[in-house]
Design a protein around this ligand. Structure first.
Ligand SMILES: *Cc1c(COP(=O)(O)O)cnc(C)c1O
Ligand SMILES: [Zn+2]
Length: 415
C-alpha cells in the first residue's frame, strides 16, 4: 500500500490510517464502505507513458503502483487481466457508431471480470496471514475466488443463492471450494455469509465490504485506457449489480486522470435489468436506493439490495454518465447479436451492457458521433440453460451424403 494515503468513509468522510486495514467504517458500520485514497504525486513519479512501454507484464500486476497489495505476496497467481479490446465493425455499422469497442473480460482465467477482484483478495489474505477466504456471490465472484484461491493455496467457503446457474457451481466445485447453497435469494445469502465470516474470522471477499476489491476491478479501466493509447472512448458501458464493478471502472479512469495520463474521464453508463433496477430507479427519481425485486435472467446483476450504493451511483454522477435499464428479452437479443456478429459469447448479465448501449443509441442518450466501449463482464458458457433457449434450429441427419445434399439444397434455402 505504499502509494495509498489513507482510507475514507464514503458516508461520514472520516479518514483512517491505512495501517489499520479496516474493512468498513467503525462509526457507520457495514454501510460505511471505505474509499482508498491514493497519493497521486507519488504515483506520478513512478508512472508515466515510458513506464508502460518498458513493462512486459501483461496482466493486472502491470498496474501495481495503482494497487493496494504488497508485491512480495503476489506469488504465482493465475494470469488475470490484459483481456482483449476488440474494435467492432458490424455492430458499429448497424448502430451508427464510428468507434465501438468490446472489452472481453470473459477471457479471464475463470471467465469473468471478477477475477480482477478475487486475485487481489487472495494476495491480501496472504499478506494479512489468513488461510481461508469467504464470500457470498451471485455466482461469478464465487467461481472466481475458488479458482484463484486454488492456485494460491488458500481455502474457500462460498455462499451462493439457490438460483445460481449450474455452470458457475460446477466451476467452483471443481476448484475445490466448500460450497454452501443457501435456500433463499442473494440478500439472505449475503446475510448468512456475513454472519459466518464474523463468527469464524475468515478473510472477507465480499466486494462491497472489502475496499481493496474495487481497486482490483479498476484495472479493467486502466487497460481500456492503455489499449487506446490513453485516449479512451467518450462512453464506457457496463452492467450493474452491487455497484462494485462500475465503481471500479470509474476509479480506474479517476486514477489515470489524476496522474495526468488521460485528459478526461469517460462518461460511464450503468446498465440494469428491468426486473431488478434499484440504481436506475434511484438515479431517475433522485432518491436513495430502495430495495428491489430480483427478477431477471441476468443472474449476475440480480441484486435487490446493492451493497455499494455510493460508489456505484458516484461513478455515473461524477462522470456525467447515465443509468439505463433493459428487458430480459433485449438482453437475450443482445446475447445472440454479440455472439453471431462479433464472435463474443457473453452470459446474460454481460450481454446486458450491449443491450444498454443499443437502448442508449436508440434513445439518443449516446450520440452518433460519440465513441463507446462496452465491457463484456462474463462468458456465456457459464449459463448454458439460458443460451439454450435461444437455439431453435438443431439439424440432425443420418450419416448419408444424399440426405445432407437434400438438406442443404432444400431446407437450408429457407433461411
Ligand atoms: C458481478 C457481475 C456484474 C456486476 O458487478 P457488480 O459489482 O455486482 O455491480 C456484471 N456482470 C457480471 C458477469 C458479473 O459477474
Ligand atoms: Zn463513516
Amino acid at each position: 500500500m505504499k502509494n495509498v494515503k489513507y482510507f475514507e468513509c464514503t458516508l461520514c468522510h472520516q479518514t483512517f490510517d491505512k495501517k489499520l486495514e479496516l474493512m468498513t467504517c467503525p462509526s457507520c458500520g457495514e454501510k460505511g464502505i471505505l474509499e482508498i485514497v491514493f497519493d497521486y504525486d507519488k504515483i506520478k513519479r513512478e508512472v508515466d507513458r515510458s513506464y508502460f512501454m518498458n513493462n512486459n507484464d501483461y496482466s493486472i500486476w502491470r498496474y501495481l503502483p495503482f494497487l493496494t497489495v504488497d508485491a512480495a505476496y503476489i506469488g504465482n497467481p493465475l494470469k488475470v487481466g490484459f483481456t482483449p479490446l476488440y474494435k467492432s465493425k458490424k455492430l458499429a455499422e448497424r448502430y451508427y457508431t464510428e468507434h465501438l469497442y468490446f472489452k472481453d473480460d470473459g477471457c479471464n482465467p475463470t471467465q469473468s471480470l471478477k477475477d480482477r477482484a478475487s486475485v487481489i483478495a487472495c494476495v491480501k489474505a496472504k499478506e494479512l496471514g489468513y488461510d481461508t477466504i469467504s464470500c457470498s456471490s451471485t455466482g461469478n465472484a464465487a467461481s472466481s475466488l475458488a479458482g484463484n484461491a486454488a492456485k494460491l493455496d488458500l481455502k474457500t467457503v462460498i455462499f451462493v443463492p439457490e438460483r445460481a446457474p449450474i455452470g458457475k457451481l460446477i466451476q467452483l466445485k471443481m476448484f475445490g471450494a466448500d460450497l454452501i447453497k443457501v435456500k433463499g435469494d442473494y440478500k439472505s445469502t449475503f446475510q448468512l455469509s456475513r454472519d459466518a465470516i464474523n463468527h469464524y474470522k475468515w478473510y472477507n471477499r465480499n466486494a462491497a465490504i472489502n475496499p481493496h476489491l474495487i481497486e482490483g476491478k479498476k484495472t479493467v479501466a486502466l487497460e481500456i485506457a492503455e489499449q487506446m493509447d490513453f485516449k479512451p472512448t467518450d462512453w464506457v458501458v457496463v452492467s450493474v449489480g452491487d455497484g462494485c464493478t462500475i465503481g471500479g471502472v470509474y476509479k480506474g479512469f479517476y486514477d489515470l486522470y489524476n496522474v495526468g495520463l488521460i485528459s478526461e474521464i469517460p462518461k460511464i453508463m450503468g446498465v440494469q435489468s428491468e426486473g431488478c433496477s434499484p440504481f436506475y430507479d434511484a438515479f431517475r427519481n433522485r432518491t436513495e436506493l430502495q430495495e428491489a425485486e430480483e427478477n431477471t435472467i441476468a443472474d449476475s446483476i440480480a441484486v435487490g439490495i446493492p451493497r455499494n450504493p455510493v460508489k456505484g451511483m458516484n461513478a455515473v454522477i461524477k462522470s456525467n454518465g447515465a443509468f439505463v435499464k433493459v428487458s430480459d428479452e433485449k438482453i437475450l437479443e443482445a446475447m445472440k447479436l454479440l455472439a453471431s456478429q462479433e464472435g463474443i459469447f457473453a452470459e446474460p448479465a454481460a450481454a446486458a451492457s450491449l443491450a444498454g448501449y443499443i437502448h442508449a443509441r436508440e434513445q439518443y442518450i449516446i450520440r452518433k458521433d460519440e465513441s463507446v466501449t462496452v465491457i463484456i463482464t462474463g462468458n456465456g458458457l457459464k449459463d448454458q440453460k439460458t443460451a439454450l433457449n435461444l437455439i431453435t434450429d438443431w439439424v440432425e441427419l443420418e450419416p448419408d451424403l444424399k440426405q445432407l445434399i437434400n438438406h442443404i439444397e432444400n431446407e437450408g434455402e429457407k433461411k
